[in-house]
Design a protein around this ligand. Structure first.
Ligand code: CDP
Length: 226
């Protein structure tokens, strides 16, 4: 991952549920003044909206028709990009609910849903530039493979499923992460996998500080000093 230093970098962090993506991405956004983009929150927000409208993931015609009416926009909250649907940011309590945990991977497997979010996600680089950030740290399942395959830095985080379940439970969440990983890894469109050329890190026995230190070292080597 060597190369010339740049004024603006795109950092892709992919990985399964509770692999350490969000903690790392948030810390890196603070350290390097990068826009933090949690694409999982986008899939979760859309899922919450569909559940609110009573649309099922199996009803693909209604899903397709509804996507056009979502009116997606971005609101900045500190260093994070929050997705607005029709002018409203879906509250955290709603996007992390049991219902959304259970349904999100079913909606995320639909090519129409992924296509609807493609340009929106790529557009976050423009949001970051317009607001004077030094880059984007974007986390998800297909960032280094589909959204930004040419990202300056691409990481893939993994951890033992037992450790990941422990982390999620310690956040007080009921979340069937093994089932979500199964659905995310086996879907036809943009399955969860370490893309060729990405740096894979096993976080099972690492503290968040140790994970961030590894990623930060690589970013510091690519980003031009202020
Ligand atoms: O927080 P956690 O890692 O458990 O999940 P998340 O990042 O909030 O993502 C929730 C779900 O959204 C995933 O299980 C995927 O089904 C979907 N997702 C996706 O398909 N592609 C992405 N780039 C991000 C999330």
């Amino acid at each position: 991952m060597s190369g010339p230093t740049k004024d603006f970098v795109i950092v892709a962090i992919d990985g399964g549920a509770a692999s350490g993506k969000s903690t790392s991405a948030r810390a890196l956004s603070e350290r390097f003044h990068l826009l933090h983009v949690d694409t999982g929150s986008f899939y979760r927000g859309i899922t919450a909206e569909f559940l609110r409208r009573g649309v099922a993931a199996t009803d693909t015609d209604t899903v397709r028709g509804s996507l056009a009416s979502l009116a997606l926009a971005t609101r900045l909250e500190g260093r994070s990009a929050r997705m607005e649907i029709g002018g409203r940011v879906v509250p955290d309590a709603e996007i992390r609910s049991r219902e959304v945990n259970d349904r999100v991977s079913h909606f995320a497997a639909l090519p129409d849903v992924r296509n609807a979010l493609l340009a929106y996600q790529r557009g976050q680089a423009g949001v970051a530039r317009r607001h004077g950030f030094k880059g984007v740290v974007m986390e998800g399942r297909d960032i280094g493979s589909v959204i930004f395959p040419d990202a300056d830095l691409r990481f893939f985080l993994q951890a033992d499923p037992v450790e990941r379940a422990r982390r999620r439970a310690s956040e007080g969440q009921q979340d069937s992460i093994v089932e979500r990983d199964r659905l995310d890894s086996s879907r036809k469109t943009a399955p969860l996998a370490c893309p060729p050329g990405a740096v894979s890190i096993d976080t099972t026995h690492l503290t968040p500080v140790e994970v961030v230190a590894q990623l930060a070292e690589a970013i510091a080597a690519r980003l031009s000093p202020a």
